[in-house]
Write a protein that binds this ligand. Structure first.
Ligand code: PMP
Length: 363
């Protein structure tokens, strides 16, 4: 008998996660789509004082219903979203796991379209939900007729649709969300994962606008990316209040610590400042895409804070060559492609210099 007595389907699996290398080895870290700009000293001071206040009550459990936080998040989202339509957890990863716990499970199916975020199959596996993955087109968009046909065949309880998608950066038009919400009907929920929503180019609206039209639509967001708060672990969703009530059945009691709630509330009070670098990152992304194409490479059209680029006969050699020059990118996505997160202008300059050198050697 093997020890520990792990579930059969988990045996031999590696935990998910990109390599976390020290700054000595990789001073330019462009691999996990973080925001490169830390909070300003003024915001740090506000967060510290909010945490100090929360600390004086740490003998008590935190607010289980996150009342103040849900109100603040609803205010931030706008679009007429009410606090009872909002739910939050430790990162949008936990929000989506809770959705799978409530709406997936044995005998039920979760569906997405590859290439896409590699955690989705893990949420399904961990909640014993069947996992079906359809294919994206060559430009990484969705063919709506094929997507609808797959929904009608599979009858999923949960559809996971990132917009913008990771690792390709592809945003979905509202028509795609509508088609899938209608195809899924009341038998399932459609989760539009807008982790990178704030980085969208002008003209691609948020799925939040469609919430009043589809009660099976759930829009997830995070403070990890545009808000530059990945270390705080705060993700949230907007949906029909009945969806939030369903999640409250499966969430662990007091899942969101008083410290996390205090940090998120303080950060939301400074939303304009924390989001202040989004335009700069968008411009840097567009410049990066254009530069990559200028080198004769392919770069996927991105609405996010990263760019998928390639293609390389030996992508690992290119990844390693960049790392040897202190630049850490992500070896992910379809074979032959790499993904670079958008950093500061200096970091992007280091990336361009390193890639030019590597291409001269490897290509
Ligand atoms: N969705 C997508 C598409 C992501 O890329 C990520 C993080 N890489 C997440 C969700 C989860 O982010 P977090 O848990 O930090 O909110």
């Amino acid at each position: 008998m093997d020890f520990p007595p792990l579930r059969e389907e988990l045996r031999g699996l590696e935990p998910y996660g990109a390599p976390q290398l020290s700054l000595d080895v990789a001073p330019v870290q462009l691999n996990v789509n973080e925001n490169p700009y830390p909070p300003s000293p003024a915001v740090v001071a506000e967060i510290a004082s909010a945490v100090a206040q929360a600390a004086s009550g740490l003998n008590r459990y935190p607010d289980r219903e996150l009342v103040a936080l849900r109100e603040a998040l609803a205010g931030y989202l706008g679009h007429g979203v009410r606090p009872e339509q909002v739910w939050a957890a430790n990162g949008s990863n936990e929000v989506m796991l809770q959705l799978l716990q409530a709406f997936g499970g044995p005998g039920r199916t979760a569906l997405s379209f590859a290439p896409t975020y590699s955690m989705y199959p893990e949420y399904a596996r961990d909640t014993v939900t069947d996992w079906v993955v359809g294919a994206r087109e060559d430009d990484f968009g969705l063919d709506l007729d094929r997507a609808r046909a797959l929904v009608e065949e599979v009858r999923p309880s949960v559809v996971l649709l990132p917009s913008p998608n990771n690792p390709t950066g592809t945003a979905l038009p509202p028509a795609a969300v509508t088609v899938l919400c209608e195809a899924v009907g009341d038998g399932g929920i459609v989760v539009v994962d807008e982790a990178y929503g704030e980085f969208r180019r002008a003209g691609t609206p948020s799925a939040l606008e469609l919430l009043p039209r589809h009660r099976n639509l759930v829009v997830t967001r995070t403070m990890s990316k545009a808000f530059a708060l990945a270390g705080a672990r705060l993700g949230y969703l907007a949906a029909d209040p009945a969806v939030c009530d369903a999640i409250r059945v499966v969430r662990l009691p007091y899942h969101l610590s008083a410290v996390t709630q205090a940090v998120a509330l303080a950060a939301l009070r400074h939303a304009p400042e924390l989001l202040g670098q989004v335009d700069r990152l968008r411009e840097e992304r567009d410049a990066c895409e254009a530069w990559l194409r200028g080198q004769g490479l392919s770069a996927a059209e991105s609405d996010a804070n990263f760019v998928l680029f390639g293609t390389f006969a030996d992508r690992h050699a290119v990844w390693q060559g960049l790392l040897d020059r202190g630049v850490l990118v992500r070896e992910t996505g379809p074979e032959g492609w790499l993904r670079v997160s958008i950093g500061t202008p200096d970091e992007m300059m280091a990336f361009r210099t390193a890639l030019t050198e590597v291409l001269a050697r490897v290509a």
